[in-house]
Ligand binder design. Structure first.
Ligand SMILES: [Zn+2]
Length: 380
């Protein structure tokens, strides 16, 4: 299906997100958000109309779809203080307010995508801090306090969306999002990440449990994966899993720390790879989700890379023409990268087979390859 380029983009941004700042140097710093915002401005200068979404806090009910009440209480008690959840994860006086506003921003983005009628923008980006994908149900970690994208996906599910896909291309495994949707079944979570690397989770064999079996797809990749390796992983694992699932909404955990310039990891992605991945996910959104796709900022610690990659991925998400990375036929892919992708493909297909049959062996979903929304029988 040809993609028709979009001309408008929802944008979540709030100066409150800049007030989450550690006392000493920390790589997760406000300047990151300013850099990502410059990336959005670059795309605006190329002709997209930005549709700013009014900032709002996430409600307690929204947060509790993804987090335990005890953890939320713990965070609230730290509001207004300098504190640390662990050696990596700081809180400044405004941090809890920023986290609640950030989660609300992600929900606002999903609400806007779901409400979009004919002619309305169906793509968007939430530029927020602190990031979220490491936060589990009961624990903030890895610079993350509240799991923004999980709260947003759970909000979509609560609004009646039966199938939400989250693709996490941050270089670190999205352990928190996996934890929250491990046995859910209504959210497909796909993470590509460097392994070994923090937080050490995300093995290919981890595919979810119960109703969530087959709904977790992990693609751990050895260091030095470049645009070609990521393209191959998309073609072999990510895109087939998405087409089997036929999401009604596509969300991206958009970290940019797999960029070659990033100081915290050792991957070799460039803006070309991010643009291509954005466009590939836009194609999925057009196939089964009415074009609805939103990106939520996660990590990314080189400011130049953040600006470039934000712009590049949004061009792809908007369906604009983007450069194509060399395919694995045109450029050598190392044996260890090929082996990692093959292991992830096998685990994903085995998990999908398990997901297609319930405990009694009856087919309960998962079979409508290329089917549109509503083409599948939803799980009970
Ligand atoms: Zn990361």
């Amino acid at each position: 299906m040809p993609i028709s380029p979009s001309s408008a983009l929802h944008l979540v941004f709030d100066p409150l997100f800049l007030q989450h700042r550690s006392r000493g140097y920390h790589p997760e710093r406000p300047e990151r958000l300013t850099a990502a915002r410059r990336g959005v401005s670059a795309v605006e200068a190329e002709g997209v109309k930005l549709v700013p979404l009014p900032p709002r806090d996430a409600s307690e009910a929204e947060i509790l779809r993804a987090h335990d009440a005890g953890y939320l209480d713990e965070l609230r008690q730290l509001a207004g203080k300098y504190a640390a959840l662990d050696a990596d994860t700081y809180l400044a006086p405004a941090s809890v307010d920023a986290a609640i506003r950030g989660a609300g921003g992600a929900v606002a983005l999903v609400d806007a995508l779901l409400a979009a009628g004919p002619g309305d923008a169906r793509q968007g980006v939430a530029l927020l801090r602190p990031p979220g994908h490491h936060a589990t149900r009961d624990q903030g970690m890895g610079f993350c306090l509240l799991n923004n994208i999980a709260i947003a996906a759970a909000s979509a599910v609560a609004a009646g969306v039966g199938r939400v896909a989250i693709v996490d291309w941050d270089v670190h495994h999205g352990n928190g999002t996996q934890d929250i949707f491990w046995s859910d079944g209504r959210v497909l979570f796909i993470s590509l990440h460097e392994a070994p690397l923090y937080p050490g989770t995300g093995a290919a064999r981890d595919v979810g449990e119960g109703a969530g079996r087959g709904r977790i797809v992990n693609v751990p990749l050895p260091a030095a994966a470049d645009d070609t390796v990521y393209r191959l992983a998309f073609e072999e694992v990510v895109l087939p899993a998405l087409r089997r699932f036929a999401p009604e909404l596509v969300l991206i955990s958009a970290g940019f720390d797999a960029h070659a310039r990033d100081p915290l990891a050792s991957m070799q992605l460039t803006g070309v790879g991010y643009g291509w991945m954005g466009r590939a996910l836009r194609a999925i959104a057009d196939e089964s989700a009415g074009g609805r796709i939103g990106a939520v900022l996660e990590g990314g610690y080189d400011l130049t890379a953040l600006e470039e990659s934000t712009a590049a991925s949004l061009r792809g998400v908007l369906g604009w023409p983007v450069p194509e990375p060399p395919s694995a036929d045109a450029r050598p892919v190392s044996a260890r990268h090929r082996a990692a992708i093959e292991a992830a493909r096998q685990a994903s297909e085995a998990g999908a087979g398990a997901a297609a049959t319930g405990p009694g062996g009856e087919v309960v979903g998962g079979g409508a390859v290329g089917g549109g929304a509503g083409a599948r029988v939803d799980e009970p």
